[in-house]
Design a protein around this ligand. Structure first.
Ligand SMILES: *Cc1c(COP(=O)(O)O)cnc(C)c1O
Length: 231
């Protein structure tokens, strides 16, 4: 049995080994299905970026943690929504998250913009790309990214930060690399056009190193930190 603190040391070493000198990679702890107690341990180990997939589950844990942590600690945490966004959940997401990494259609972008509370800073947005054109996955094809990027950029309560992808599972290392390089190309093109672009969110527990060597700036890690999910 490894503790979250031990796992974190291991994950940080994997990131550090794969990084090149000019690159700094952020670690997003993916906490879907994990208890508030597990999140508290992760916070105590020094993690501050958290990724959640299910709105109701996330908000319940946020409330619990707000009670368990001091304001100083709680206010440092940064919540990323990374699951598919249903339009009836946009208001709650706009009120409870700093980032949404899974924006993939106009309707969702428009609603998030309209529902972001005026006293909060703009909501950071990544556009989700379905890089392997899988039927079962959310996300846009590469040719569709430009027009949604244009829209997100034009909305005052959203801040376009970059791209997110979940590549096809179980592909060869070579195919995976090709997918990640396509993302990097798209990311560089976007960066030239918009000044706030700095986030290429790719890489999960199984492919942290490959994603980083292909240019990832943020890895989203669940299993390698918390162990296998039961659900
Ligand atoms: C669950 C999930 C992850 C983490 O996957 P692990 O393999 O457990 O590291 C990353 N990104 C998204 C969008 C997820 O849903």
């Amino acid at each position: 049995m490894f503790s979250i603190a031990d796992n974190l040391i291991n994950v940080r070493q994997r990131i550090k080994k794969a990084e090149i000198a000019t690159q700094s990679v952020e670690l997003l702890a993916v906490t879907k299905t994990r208890s508030a107690e597990e999140l508290l341990l992760a916070i105590q180990s020094g993690l501050i970026l958290f990724g959640e997939n299910y709105v109701n589950e996330a908000i319940a844990k946020q409330e619990t943690l707000q009670n368990l942590c001091s304001d100083e600690v709680y206010n440092r945490l940064i919540w990323h929504f990374i699951g598919p966004v249903q339009s009836n959940k946009t208001k709650v997401i706009a009120e409870h998250f700093s980032w949404v990494q899974s924006v993939d259609r106009e309707k969702i972008a428009t609603r998030l913009n309209a529902q972001r509370p005026p006293n909060m800073p703009p909501l950071n947005v990544c556009i989700q790309v379905n890089i392997n054109h899988e039927e079962s996955k959310s996300g846009l094809n590469t040719q569709e990214v430009e027009s949604l990027a244009e829209l997100v950029h034009s909305l005052p309560n959203l801040k376009l930060r970059g791209l997110m992808t979940i590549p096809k599972a179980m592909q060869s290392e070579e195919a995976l690399r090709a997918s990640f390089f396509d993302m990097k190309t798209l990311f560089e093109a976007l960066k030239k056009r918009y000044s706030d672009i700095d986030t290429l969110s790719m890489g999960m527990s199984g492919d942290i190193e490959t994603a980083i060597t292909c240019g990832s700036t943020m890895v989203r890690v669940g299993t390698a930190l918390f162990g296998k999910r039961q659900l």
